[in-house]
Design a binder for this molecule. Structure first.
Ligand code: DAH
Length: 339
């Protein structure tokens, strides 16, 4: 029996030395110390020993048991330490390595110029308001003095959602929404997306941007409109810009005008940029039609106002010499990175 116990001790010791995982160690624990383990089955034979041998073998068996238990504890500890070291090693951080730069996006050219335009109007005391892109026919047309059979509707190829709901073709409906809610004094601009069923080409897109302006108060005249727009154009294009007002017609303003700036490339002589005209059209404007004021619950006998509408894409194309509107919407970073 003594030999058997010694053999168990040395076999267990050898086996534990080469065990590499906690599972392997656990298997060895069961093999030697478990209920049906090798040591246990030897102890069951103790009854067959003589009374003199029994305490001697009992003591040796206990020694072997605690020896194996110690080896197991040590083995588990070693494995844990090894795992910890491996973990630390894999998480090692070299703080002298260069960082990984996340490329930052830039502002879209439309946003750059729009922000500038907003700043100019905010500087003149205007507020900025938003309006819905899905709009009632009433706000987009009717209230703006364009009833169902009005010929001017044909110039704005409209996406209809239902008979009464459209994708707004202009930002002018925001005028109506503001006047319905707010009594004068009113001084707002409203930039946003508008939609027209146009075929895509270098100068047309079914989605583009407009900026609407509206001022209503007592005693507002065409002189206020001219002064405001001259100031705006000079801030946007430079103090030496020359502006001209040309008579025009819009259903929601009377009188109406279109505003041109003298071509800043050829100074009026005519060139490629202004298509030989010497002037570049930038916006439509006029005195708010008394009927529109009335539609919105504002008394035209007491108040008057002016309005303006400007296409953002055109302004930006001229600013940067972009000759194809599609560039704005293709999101090609080679284009976008240039601004
Ligand atoms: N809504 C017009 C358009 O899309 C632009 C416009 C012209 C707006 C004159 C105005 C205005 O507010 O007074 O063509």
């Amino acid at each position: 029996m003594k030999n058997q116990l010694e053999a168990i001790r040395s076999n267990a010791s050898l086996a534990l030395e080469s065990a590499a995982t906690q599972q392997e160690i656990e298997a060895l624990r069961i093999k030697y110390l478990g209920k049906k383990g090798e040591l246990t089955s030897i102890l069951k034979q103790m009854g067959k020993l003589s009374p003199e041998e029994r305490p001697v073998m009992g003591q040796l068996a206990n020694e072997v048991r605690s020896f194996i238990e110690n080896e197991i504890a040590q083995g588990i500890k070693d494995i844990k330490e090894k795992q910890q070291a491996e973990k630390l090693n894999s998480e090692k951080l070299d703080v002298t390595m260069p960082g990984i730069c996340k490329p930052l996006g830039d502002k879209h050219p439309l946003s750059i110029v729009l922000d500038e335009i907003k700043e100019i109007f905010i500087g003149m005391g205007f507020d900025i308001v938003d309006g819905p892109e899905v709009e009632y026919d009433y706000y987009n047309f009717e209230a703006l003095n364009m009833p169902k059979d009005h010929p001017a509707r044909d110039t704005q190829d409209t996406f209809y959602i239902t008979d009464n709901i459209v994708l707004r073709t202009q930002t002018s409906p925001v005028q109506v929404r503001v006047m319905e809610k707010q009594q004068p004094p009113i001084r707002i601009i409203s930039p946003g997306r508008v939609y027209r069923s146009d075929t895509v080409d270098a100068t047309h897109s079914p989605l583009f941007h407009q900026i609407e302006g509206l001022v209503v108060d007592k005693g507002i005249t065409f002189a206020d409109l001219k002064g405001t727009l001259e100031t705006f154009v000079k801030r946007l294009y430079g103090e030496d810009s020359v502006v001209r007002f040309r008579p025009h017609h819009f259903p929601f303003t009377e009188p109406s005008a279109e505003v041109d700036v003298q071509c800043f490339s050829c100074h009026g002589k005519g060139c490629r940029l202004c298509k030989g005209e010497g002037w570049i059209e930038i916006l439509g404007c006029g005195m708010v039609h008394p009927k529109v004021l009335q539609n919105c619950g504002i008394d035209p006998e007491i108040y008057s106002g002016f309005a303006l509408g400007m296409g953002l894409e055109r302004v930006v194309m001229r600013r940067y010499g972009i000759d194809d509107m599609r560039m704005f919407f293709e999101n090609d970073v080679r284009f976008l990175n240039q601004f």
